[in-house]
Design a protein around this ligand. Structure first.
Ligand code: G3P
Length: 217
């Protein structure tokens, strides 16, 4: 499973890349707003740091405006993937961009039918938001299972990005299902590594090692 960082923070992206397990980045308007930086220079910096795909979301409302915006963003770097919300306008945009060879990540996916239509329109990725479904007492991971089964039925090449990941269990469940990608906040990446038995085990080893260095103490 590929791991994308769900952030627009340059500091988090740099740290994640140092760990050597980050395959790409996803952003959204809320994550970009948190950074308080000018948008295009920020995207340029992220795309120059990250070797893999970087999702950048369109915010215009009409298909024509969204396509124009997408073309401007796609011109920034070859690794830009255009994030498009799933609705009737979004479908048209995905189709138009796929014809132009511009990759898309269809976002705000909350049902299997949305995912299937996005794939049929030519989406490179679909992003089911598991955490937000759990927030309203649904089962986010069940949606990922459904999408994976449907894509499997028809050998659909569109990749599934498990998004709105809130904790390590979402990440593990995504891998069990065989999702192509999990996009995770930086804090979750750190949580994936932490285990109290690893911490206490290391403490004990280092304490015992002191005895080896100072025999008899
Ligand atoms: O990037 C989209 C998604 O991952 C947002 O997550 O936590 O705001 O629902 P969240």
């Amino acid at each position: 499973m590929k791991i994308f960082l769900d952030t627009a923070s340059i500091a988090e992206i740099k740290k994640g890349l140092e760990y050597g397990i980050v395959d790409g980045v996803t952003t959204n308007p809320s994550l970009v707003a948190k950074e308080g930086k000018e948008f295009i220079p920020l995207v340029r910096e992220i795309t120059s740091l990250v070797p893999g795909p970087v999702s950048v979301e369109v915010t215009a409302r009409t298909p024509e405006e969204m396509i124009a915006q997408a073309e401007r963003y796609a011109a920034i770097a070859a690794n830009v993937v255009i994030k498009v919300p799933i609705n009737l306008e979004g479908l048209q945009v995905v189709k138009a961009l796929s014809v132009r060879g511009i990759r898309t990540n269809v976002t705000l996916v909350f049902s299997p039918s949305q995912a299937l239509l996005a794939a049929k329109a030519g989406a490179s990725y679909v992003s089911p938001f598991v955490g937000r479904i759990d927030d309203v007492s649904g089962d986010g991971m069940a949606l990922v299972e459904d999408i994976a089964a449907i894509f499997g039925n028809y050998a659909i090449a569109t990749e599934i990005i498990v998004a709105s990941v809130r904790h390590p269990l979402h990440f593990v469940q995504a891998a069990r299902i065989g999702a192509d990608v999990a996009t995770i906040p930086f804090a979750t990446l750190v949580q994936l590594l932490n285990h109290p038995l690893t911490t206490s085990g290391m403490e004990r080893f280092l304490k015992d090692w002191e005895k080896v260095k100072n025999p008899g103490r």
